[in-house]
Ligand binder design. Sequence first.
Ligand code: GLU
Length: 465
Amino acid sequence: MEVRVRFAPSPTGHLHIGSARTAVFNWLYARHTGGKFLLRIEDTDPERSKQEYTEAILDGLKWLGLDWDEALVYQSRRLAVYKETAEKMVSEGKAYYCGCTAAELDDMREKALKTGGKPRYDGRCRNRKDHPADRPRVIRFQSQSAGATVVEDLIQGRVSFDNAELDDLIILRSDGTPTYNFSAVIDDHAMKITHIIRGNDHLNNTPRQIQIYQALGYDLPAFAHHPLILGEDRSKLSKRHGATGLTQYREEGYLPEAMVNFLVRIGWSHGDQEVFKTKEMIEYFDLKDLTPSPGVWNQEKLVWINGDYIRNTPIDRLADLALPFFQKKGYPAQKDDYLLAIIKDYQVRAKTIADFAEMAGFYYVEEVQYDPEAKSKFLGPDQLKILEILRDRLGGLNQFEKTALEGIFQQVIAETGLKMKHIAQPLRVAIAGVTVTAGITEVMTVLGPQRTLSRLNRAIRSINL
Ligand code: GLU
């Protein structure tokens, strides 16, 4: 049987990283089994659903490389199906109209709380035939009141729910729109979904959904409820812990492949392997390896994985990705040999794509900004002499290349008795403004003789002032 899974976001906000992980699991399972990964937009709430969120979600999935099969399903275009099905259920005695007013429901809730019971709908409209026609009415599902509903979950195991706990839920609101549990069942059936892989915040909805499947005579899909991601303090991941929207990670310079790799490793493992090629993830991914214990967001690990991906990404692509970051900071960068050379020298150092522009902005400035601490330490009267010697020696070179530059450093070391660091640090601050850069000869080769010498001269002038 072909595996058919789906990702069913509600477009009421941006793509949350937890939801993105759910999408990753579904996508990998479909690709692993040669099945289909479908997308359904659960936009039946006209107040909260926004087209811009749908677009942001689709954008996020595309960015992650999670391509979907078949046409998108929009629930808002299927309202007639839900309504028809709900009405059919009424005619079959599986659901009923309920015209209880808000006041009646409040009253019911209060009484239940007073007697120590759970606030739940007491089923009073089940057999009511005298519904006032002028009152708004909802349709409620007639759930089973005796026995238990068992969820055989591929991750959580067997979970049993006492039916007495489940009241008659509304399946169709008075405005004709369906509620989540109802439309999800109708669509999962219509889309021939075989495996429902979603967060375990939906586990409690599952017995209700199972009862609806049964009432409609539909075959049950398999269920796999994965634990949600926790923050490092083990509470539910929220804004308090940092960014929760996928877009923000993109804006901060994380690579989509690194993101997918990082997300899949929360709650799934394959031996002790950390970094996976997409092909490997697809090959190894299986639901049986998802753990029932919650995974914790580990920012340090994300940064490490991202750095690893950066080191394994072709320079050309890194340049494309990094260019907008330089431009956003106002540097006159463009995709040329200069940028490619910079990227090459910083590839081992960058942990995010944003780091390139963060660390290598000095290549693009007219006037180097000296870091005050670096300046006070390395651009003072004590360094004047060595900077002047360097300027004179370097001035004699027409072309900067590694061996020639190293030759000059060796000569200067021999003549002055200074150590390399006493030479390199003042030089570095003079040409870059900071104490940490790529290797000094690399920086100089990329900057070239003209920029290097004019920066050196300016540093010397600043000391002489
Ligand atoms: N729209 C629901 C959500 O975003 C879908 C849950 C499900 O996968 O059934 O949580």
